[in-house]
Design a protein around this ligand. Structure first.
Ligand code: NAD
Length: 980
């Protein structure tokens, strides 16, 4: 692959755009294009889309309406829900609001069943048009619904859902698809075996068979689109070697079958993080096999990809699309703290990029055969202008753009292909909903052409005219770095790039060989005593320093951590046994803590708070450090938690004696060194090392220690609490963050694939050695079998091993005693519970293979098992109360996950939960500083939450100052009032 493509990935947007300008049509051509586009648009707007087409659905129920959103929610979930109660709960919730049918069919009825019936009728095609419901059948069905009750309506809506699905999916099998396709005279097809990406080897094998069948069943001349992530459960950059060894031969085999059947194969475009891998595979495969490739114009590197394709000088058909994962790309870049986005933030920029790419692809007619996938009149007109006599085709989605292509094909002899999804409605609806969201978004052409309020002239205007001069990105989408108003977001590195992975791997290997981790000597009692004395002496000066100066030092430390990210990552991998992904998020979190507490200190510690009161008096409240704080951290977040505790204590004006865990002293030293270099005086912050008995216990027992910030096990927290209570002198502050027995509750409306993705992350990332890690999965028995099967398959895909290798998913257990305890627990489970699935661990080394067991509620562990062991319990819907009660009875309250499509279910669980951090429809680990302030209640900790707005106050004392300003000669502010 071309180096240029790599470089352009996250180019500043203005720069990426400038390059596209010279590929735009000149003013005269642009005017001609506008004319043609306007003419097309007029005809399209005047035409009526077929009554039951996807397009008419979108026109009438745009996603900006309550009904449209409700429909999407129902469509996404209904068909997969196994039990009637959950299905009814979903329908009741989603359909009770909104105005269905003509003039709001269900208005006044107030019953979800009535609106569902109304809606089902419309969809089942008994009515000619979406909106123009005749009263009679609606009323009839409503009466029927009232008489026969919810089951009838549920069946009707299920049926309606299938009809809706059939507007977007051409057939459930390839035979059905081809038969239905025959009705579309003049079109060619590219069948698309749509679906979720494969999570398991079994999924991948099933998709492979589906592709083989599809290719064999497709008429010669038509094509099949291939989604690589469906053919391999780990289609990721980090797994490159595996992907080349396993996926490449599979695609090659499909390509050969394609040649035999005269069916062209096109590799579909996916998330930007898979592009480099896709292109390298494509380069290899297209040497021997005729293959097509999809290119997404919304990526900043789209033009470079086109250049590269031209340079390959091979016969390739290229499908140019705008791109279907835009929102996901933006979100991911923000979450990963990327320096910039892989995609344009403005829709018009994507349109401009599309034109540039089109021109480039059209420039090599001897080798490239471009296909332009669009439903946009302006884009179509532009292609017509640019292409001239050169060969190309248009592509449209099945069910979309019908009116446009009808108009177009009526007047011009053009080649057009329909991109047609094939597959089971149940599997495809969730997937299609996201396509719909993309095409139905307010900015989309399909949506706007249906809206008479949008003037056609605006709609078909040259996208260049819509760009600001000079170009700037959409101000509503700040760069990931600028996400927060009061501080910088931490900078991440892109672990989906080969060059990043290679350089980290190289560094870790070199450091491992050059400087093996030597012994670290424990701090002696004399040294400890001396350090505390020194800190005591330094405290006053530090707390009197303006908060902004303390904050500035912390911000410098954050900066340094980011600059030294690779070496910190290397140390965390080597000493802490963390994987790359974990180690990178450690460094980011540490930097975030520094900046967050710096910002909070500026906000609340810098100036005293002036309080309201009577005339003649000034009242103010100020915050100060408490004294010398002991910060005691666990090994499992050796940099982030350690730094977070210290940064908070320092920001609030305390001196600090910091003790990293005995397993990870070097990371602790390194963090303190960085803080010193950033300007924290050596006597204000001192690092002591050693185990809990020898160093931790005497530290907290010392009466000079004003407070303790502790994170670790609840036994240790209790011991510290007792030690503090036994000391003479002032009562010390204790902030303790401890463990949890964290559960996720999944109902029958959840999407099993999403559930399993999130469970694997929550339970097994960091080998389950996170306080937030999921220990228990409660899953509704209606979907339990499917979830467990997927889980078993996903477990088999995990690579357990040396974290220094970039493709490792799960690293070692921190030490031998911890491993032994976990293995004993697994043995007990093997004897008394059903094994669901397990990963393989290397024979030697300190590993425990991730594993999942099924247990009854009564058999679940009520204590924290700190490793990659998941306990799964299938529950009956009516037993949800018992489940919640069980969770409460553990006494812990750290994290809780919920997966459901039913808001009512989510609300009821949240209401009952007594836990610090609840996560809905996502993983339950990875709290972000300032975004998800973190910490539990009950046995899980004292609070306040780390990375939250109330944390610093616990590190401070408050003093008020009241001055009688009337003491010298009266209440001046009253006496000097202006006369009126
Ligand atoms: P741990 O309790 O064994 O040790 C934590 C720290 O306390 C270490 O630095 C240790 O040396 C020190 N220590 C031990 N005995 C002491 C004593 N008597 N006096 C003073 N200090 C003493 O915990 P760990 O094994 O390092 O960490 C894992 C535990 O931490 C798990 O239970 C996990 O859930 C919990 N944890 C909680 C959070 C949270 O935010 N709630 C975050 C990470 C880890």
């Amino acid at each position: 692959m071309d180096e240029r493509i790599r470089q352009d990935h996250r180019l500043p947007e203005a720069e990426a755009l400038e390059r596209l300008r010279r590929f735009q049509p000149d003013p005269a051509a642009s005017r001609r294009i506008t004319e043609v586009a306007l003419d097309l648009a007029k005809q399209v707007r005047a035409s009526r889309p077929a009554a039951l087409s996807a397009e008419s659905f979108l026109r009438h129920y745009g996603l900006s309406t309550q009904e449209g959103v409700a429909l999407m929610c129902v469509a996404e979930a209904l068909l997969r829900i196994p039990d009637p109660d959950t299905a009814d709960a979903l329908l009741r919730e989603k359909l009770s609001a909104g105005q269905w049918g003509k003039g709001g069919g269900a208005e006044g009825e107030g019953s979800w069943a009535a609106s569902a019936a109304d809606w089902a009728l419309m969809l089942t095609g008994r009515l000619a048009r979406w909106r123009e419901a005749e009263e009679e059948p609606v009323a009839q069905l409503k009466r029927l619904a009232a008489r026969l009750g919810e089951p009838v309506v549920r069946t009707a809506v299920r049926q309606a859902m299938r009809i809706l699905a059939s507007q977007f999916v051409i057939g459930e099998t390839i035979e059905e698809a081809v038969t239905r396709g025959r009705a579309f005279d003049g079109y060619r097809f590219s069948y698309d075996m749509l679906g979720e990406a494969a999570r398991t080897a079994e999924d991948a094998a099933r998709y492979f068979e589906a592709y083989v069948k599809a290719i064999r069943g497709t008429p010669a001349g038509d094509g099949v689109s291939v989604k690589l992530s469906a053919l391999h459960p780990r289609f990721e950059e980090a797994k490159r070697a595996r992907v080349f060894a396993e996926l490449l031969p599979r695609v090659a085999q499909l390509a050969r079958i394609g040649v035999d059947c005269a069916v062209g194969l096109t590799i579909d475009a996916e998330e930007s993080e898979r592009l480099e891998l896709t292109l390298d595979l494509f380069e290899e495969l297209s040497r021997k096999h005729p293959l097509g490739l999809a290119v997404q114009a919304y990526q900043k590197r789209a033009l470079s990809v086109c250049d590269w394709l031209v340079g390959l000088r091979r016969r390739i058909s290229v499908r140019l699309v705008k791109g279907a994962y835009w929102d996901g790309e933006i979100k991911r870049a923000q979450q990963l703290g990327m320096p910039d986005y892989p995609v344009f933030t403005r829709k018009a920029a994507t349109d401009v990029s599309y034109v540039a790419c089109a021109r480039r692809l059209l420039s090599a007619p001897a080798t490239l055969y471009p296909a332009f996938a669009t439903h946009n009149c302006r884009t179509v007109a532009t292609i017509l202008e640019l292409a001239g006599e050169r060969p190309f085709e248009f592509q449209k989605l099945f069910g979309m753009g019908d009116s446009l292509y009808e108009v177009l094909l009526r007047t011009r002899p053009l080649a057009c292909r329909i991109y047609a999804p094939v597959g089971s409605f149940t599997d495809l609806l969730p997937y299609l909903v996201r396509r719909l969201l993309e095409n139905g978004a307010n900015t989309s052409f399909v949506h706007q052409i249906a809206d008479p309020a949008v003037p056609l002239e605006t709609l078909v205007a040259d996208p260049v005219e819509a760009l600001p001069e000079p170009y700037s990105p959409d101000p509503r989408i700040p760069l990931p770095r600028d996400l927060y108003p009061d501080r910088l977001n931490s900078l991440g590195v892109d672990l989906a790039r080969r060059d990043t992975l290679d350089s980290l791997e190289g560094q870790i290997r070199a450091e491992r060989n050059q400087e093996p981790l030597g012994e670290v000597e424990s701090t002696t009692p004399q040294e400890l005593d001396f350090s505390i004395a020194r800190a005591m002496a330094a405290f006053e000066g530090w707390t009197r320093m303006p908060a902004s100066e303390r904050a500035a030092a912390l911000e410098r430390a954050a900066e340094t951590m980011e600059q030294r990210l690779p070496s910190l990552v290397s140390l965390i991998v080597r000493e802490g046994g963390r994987t790359y992904a974990d180690a990178v998020s450690e460094v980011r979190e540490a930097a975030d803590f520094c900046r967050y507490y710096a910002a909070k200190a500026r906000e609340t510690f810098q100036e005293p708070l002036v309080l309201a009161g009577p005339a003649g008096e000034r009242n103010q409240l100020s915050l100060h450090g408490r004294g010398v704080f002991a910060c005691i951290a666990p090994w499992n977040f050796p940099l982030a938690i350690f730094t977070g505790q210290i940064a908070a204590a320092l920001a609030a004006g305390n001196a600090v004696i910091a003790k990293p865990a005995e397993q990870t002293p070097r990371i602790g030293f390194r963090a303190v060194e960085i803080l010193h270099q950033a300007g924290i005086p050596a006597d204000v912050l001192c690092c002591v090392v050693g185990d809990g008995e020898a160093v931790g216990a005497p530290l907290v027992a010392d009466p000079r220690i004003a407070g303790v910030a502790f994170t670790g096990s609840d036994e240790t927290a209790r011991r510290i609490n007792v030690a503090l209570a036994a000391r003479p002198g002032p009562i010390a502050t204790l902030i303790a963050e401890t463990g949890g027995v964290n559960a996720m509750i999944v109902d029958a409306s959840a999407l099993p694939e999403q559930v399993v993705d999130d469970v694997v992350v929550s339970a097994f990332q960091s080998a389950g050695q996170r306080c937030s890690a999921q220990r228990i999965l409660f899953v509704d028995e209606g979907c339990a079998q499917r979830v467990m099967r997927l889980l078993a398959g996903a477990l088999a895909e995990l690579k357990v091993g040396d974290p220094a290798e970039a493709d490792t998913d799960v690293g070692p257990i921190i030490d031998a005693p911890a491993r032994q305890a976990l293995l004993r627990h697994v043995e007990r489970l093997r004897a008394g519970a059903r094994l669901i699935g397990e990963a393989k661990a290397p024979a030697s080394g300190n590993y425990v293979a991730p594993v999942a067991f099924e247990l009854a509620l009564e058999a679940l562990p009520k204590v924290e098992v700190f490793g990659p062991i998941l306990h799964v319990c299938a529950y009956r819907r009516q037993d949800l109360g018992k489940v919640l009660q069980w969770i409460r009875a553990t006494g812990y309250g750290l994290t809780l996950g919920i997966h459901s499509r039913i808001q009512g279910f989510v609300d009821s669980v949240v209401r009952e939960a007594r836990v610090g951090n609840v996560y809905v429809n996502r993983s339950m680990i990875g709290a972000v500083v300032g975004v998800q302030p973190f910490g539990g209640e009950g046995l899980s900790g004292t609070g306040p939450k780390a990375g939250g707005p109330h944390y610093l106050f616990r590190f401070a004392i408050e003093r008020t100052l009241t001055v009688n300003t009337a003491a010298v000669g009266g209440v001046t502010e009253l006496l000097t009032r202006p006369l009126n």
